[in-house]
Ligand binder design. Structure first.
Ligand SMILES: Nc1nc2c(ncn2[C@@H]2O[C@H](COP(=O)(O)OP(=O)(O)OP(=O)(O)O)[C@@H](O)[C@H]2O)c(=O)[nH]1
Ligand SMILES: [Mg+2]
Length: 397
């Protein structure tokens, strides 16, 4: 299965059925009055969030959708049947934009959330409706109204509480497999992870959170190096970022530079994402001895004076992982309480999330445009070139 997080679709709601022109005709009732019924309303196009879906792939294969038209009215004042609504199922976390005006229409963020995208046309009026004291035999009816039609852009941003960022090989996938039931591919070469993965970290009944693993970032990612920064948009709904740093990289890269690289790429993608609460997680602790650990931590502390917690873990042996998970859970609970009890905090968080969404949307539109320009003249049309042949696995236990 392909992981597709953007799709362009054309939708059209159903037309209303026409009103009917008819007069009552019955034995022994001469000149029966008008009895033409109204047309039925056209069906609407509705979007519904389905927790079992993780990709927008179906919308790549089928980009056009039409709801049923309403049926015309009939004699004996019968109203035409309404057209059935067309329900488009999308993954939770899908945002809908009007592609022509680039305006946000709305988003579905919980399983079962629904939103009407295009309203069906109203049914026309039958001639009965035009009966009056001065006109007992109206011959007037109205046709049904057309349904609304739009070209829409669907954008999926996965829902997770915690997001992982770091260079390729930092051990992001190893950590998510240590903390949750997710089984992502892990290997000692860069760009093992090609599409986002979600895992649920369960500490106790009703104490769990979702963690997202995305492909690694490298220097120049914002300009398209490696897999680029497009997957960062899947972190724009998270509350905390974990910035993973390998304490024993094979190329012996300077840790300060490594941390700065990721911070720069985040900043270039979205300043508000870069300003999000971000914890340093120093991974592969099993590969260094106590002295080296202290030295590593001291180097980073001297350079950054990190305002947030710093954790030293090993995704392979599990050292420090439980502590990290508990710490994350407590912090997420603390943030949730803060939002619940303080309307200002809730509002500020809402504004922050909106800002991140907007920046990510703009940035990705820019990247799409750059790609289009680069492709111009070569071979155009297809927007599929950035899709990954990978399954996104969501494990919920
Ligand atoms: N010794 C040791 N090796 C680790 C640890 N964590 C990860 N590794 C190894 O580091 C390599 C990369 O791990 P991944 O989890 O695939 O790294 P990643 O950050 O997901 O990499 P990309 O998906 O390419 O961005 C693998 O060979 C892992 O076995 C650790 O704590 N200790
Ligand atoms: Mg990985």
């Amino acid at each position: 299965m392909k992981f597709v997080d953007e799709a362009l679709i054309a939708i059209e709601a159903g037309k209303g059925g026409a009103g009917c022109l008819s007069f009552r005709r019955e034995k022994y009732i001469p000149r029966g009055g008008p009895d033409g019924g109204d047309g039925g309303h056209g069906g609407s196009v509705i979007v519904c969030a389905d927790g079992n879906l993780n990709t927008l792939i179906d919308y790549r294969f089928q980009p056009r959708y039409r709801a049923d038209n309403g049926r015309p009215g009939a004699g004996r004042n019968k109203t035409g049947a309404g057209g059935g609504n067309l329900v488009l199922k999308v993954p939770v976390g899908t945002t809908v934009y009007d592609d022509e005006t680039n305006t946000l229409i709305g988003e579905v963020v919980a399983n079962g959330d629904v939103m009407t995208l295009a309203q069906g046309g109203r049914g026309g009026l039958g001639n009965t409706r035009f009966k009056s004291s001065t006109n007992r035999a109206p011959r007037r009816t109205t046709p049904g109204n057309p349904g609304e039609a739009f070209r829409l852009r669907l954008e999926l941003r996965l829902l997770a509480d915690v997001g992982l960022v770091g260079l390729p090989n930092a051990g992001k996938s190893t950590l998510i497999s240590q903390l949750s039931a997710a089984k992502p591919k892990i290997a000692d070469y860069p760009f093992t992870t090609l599409a986002p993965q979600l895992g649920v970290v369960s500490l106790a009944p009703h104490r769990n959170f979702v963690i997202a693993d995305i492909p690694g970032l490298i220097s120049g990612a914002a300009a398209g190096a490696g897999l680029g920064t497009r997957f960062l948009k899947h972190l724009t709904r998270t509350r905390i970022l974990l910035h993973l740093v390998d304490v024993a990289p094979v190329d012996e890269k300077d840790p300060v530079e490594v941390v700065e690289t990721i911070a720069d790429e985040l900043e270039q993608f979205s300043p508000s994402l870069a300003a999000r609460e971000r914890w340093l997680v120093l991974n592969k602790a099993d590969l260094v001895d106590a002295d080296e650990r202290d030295e590593f931590v001291a180097t980073l502390n001297d350079a950054f004076n990190w305002p947030r917690p710093v954790h030293l873990i090993s995704g392979v042996t599990g050292e420090g992982c439980e502590l990290l998970a508990n710490h994350l859970m407590s912090r997420l609970e603390e943030l949730a309480i803060e939002r619940r009890e303080d309307p200002d905090a809730e509002q500020a968080e809402r504004a922050w999330l909106d800002q991140m969404a907007e920046e990510a949307h703009e940035r990705i539109a820019e990247l799409r445009e750059t790609r289009r320009m680069q492709r111009k003249g070569v071979d155009a049309e297809d927007e599929d070139d950035d899709d990954q042949e990978m399954e996104v696995i969501v494990v919920r236990d």
